[in-house]
Design a protein around this ligand. Sequence first.
Ligand SMILES: Cc1cc2nc3c(=O)[nH]c(=O)nc-3n(C[C@H](O)[C@H](O)[C@H](O)COP(=O)(O)OP(=O)(O)OC[C@H]3O[C@@H](n4cnc5c(N)ncnc54)[C@H](O)[C@@H]3O)c2cc1C
Length: 338
Amino acid sequence: MELFESVPLATLTTLKVGGTASYVALCRKNDDIEAALAFARERGLPWYVLGGGSNVLAPDEGFHGVIVRALFEGMVFRNVDERVEVEVGSGIVWDELVQESVERKLWGLENLAGIPGLVGAAPVQNIGAYGADVSNTIIHVDVFDTSSKKVIRFSKEQCAFSYRDSFFKHNPAFIIISVCFSLSVKDAPHIEYPDILARKGQGSTLTTSKEIAEVIREIRSKKFPDLVLVGTAGSFFKNPIISEETYAALRAAYPELPGFPQAENKTKVKVPLAWILDHILHLRGYTKGLVRLFEKQPLVLVAEHNATATEINSFADEIAAKVKEATGIQIEREVQSL
Ligand SMILES: Cc1cc2nc3c(=O)[nH]c(=O)nc-3n(C[C@H](O)[C@H](O)[C@H](O)COP(=O)(O)OP(=O)(O)OC[C@H]3O[C@@H](n4cnc5c(N)ncnc54)[C@H](O)[C@@H]3O)c2cc1C
């Protein structure tokens, strides 16, 4: 285990705010995790698992504890009938896995191209984009159980995946060390999203997974702010999933409000929060001090240099209160608080 002392959390998270972490432990094998946890236990300190820090808001007062980074390596592909299974270490950069899979002409991860972060965090909030959720491709997840100090395999069913949610999000005692994905060798394009389809009309053939991944990265580069210039964690809130009745009532007031009935529960409707922020509340670009809703995608919160976690929290609370007042919907944060 490599151990660092007094590390600014702003350097470990893409929102780039927060005080200092007392310790950061880089863990590449099970023994490293055991050593990091023992180190924390001996000093009576809490610990927190961090990947690429692209979905975490770190507090201004810092973290008086041990940040455990599960940086397990490895990406092993094996042919299984007409599929390919790939076992990937938690520390592999997510988009590098996507790129390797499309270079090998495999299908399944291409719509998730360009999402920041590491493989170990992908199952935690069941990352998704452009009509794909990572859970569609996951076979199992291996975790280090910090109670028994043993490695346990979670089947896909045990992971309890749903929209931006999983078992792991509520059970931080399980540290993900590797994830196994099932990819298809047969063409399986999902290009129904209007943004992607529009590219077809503009000359892209969208016939290979590599081409789809490239197009998606290009679309994303225009939708998200530049991580080098500002702080952001992508979508700050989840899209709300509401009852049919609530949706019908809102549609009566706002006839153009889009809604997507949920496959797993047809009585529930997912509503794009960006539409509410934009068309009902007119908050596109809304700014308070150093924090704002991104002009090109109001679901994305942008923190300028020198913004604080306190400012971000009160800005996010204000947005949530405005949504509640206008629609009655209590929105939830997608971003995790450290
Ligand atoms: C510009 C931008 C665009 C984004 N676009 C999308 C998008 O399209 N779709 C989407 O779903 N998300 C998106 N995100 C959010 C983010 O990229 C994902 O949630 C990503 O999976 C987080 O990975 P990470 O390694 O940075 O995790 P972190 O932010 O470090 O951690 C996230 C959570 O997972 C936990 N965790 C991390 N690693 C492990 C582990 N090994 N074991 C157990 N728990 C762990 C952490 O404790 C924390 O609760 C975006 C973020 C940004 C900044």
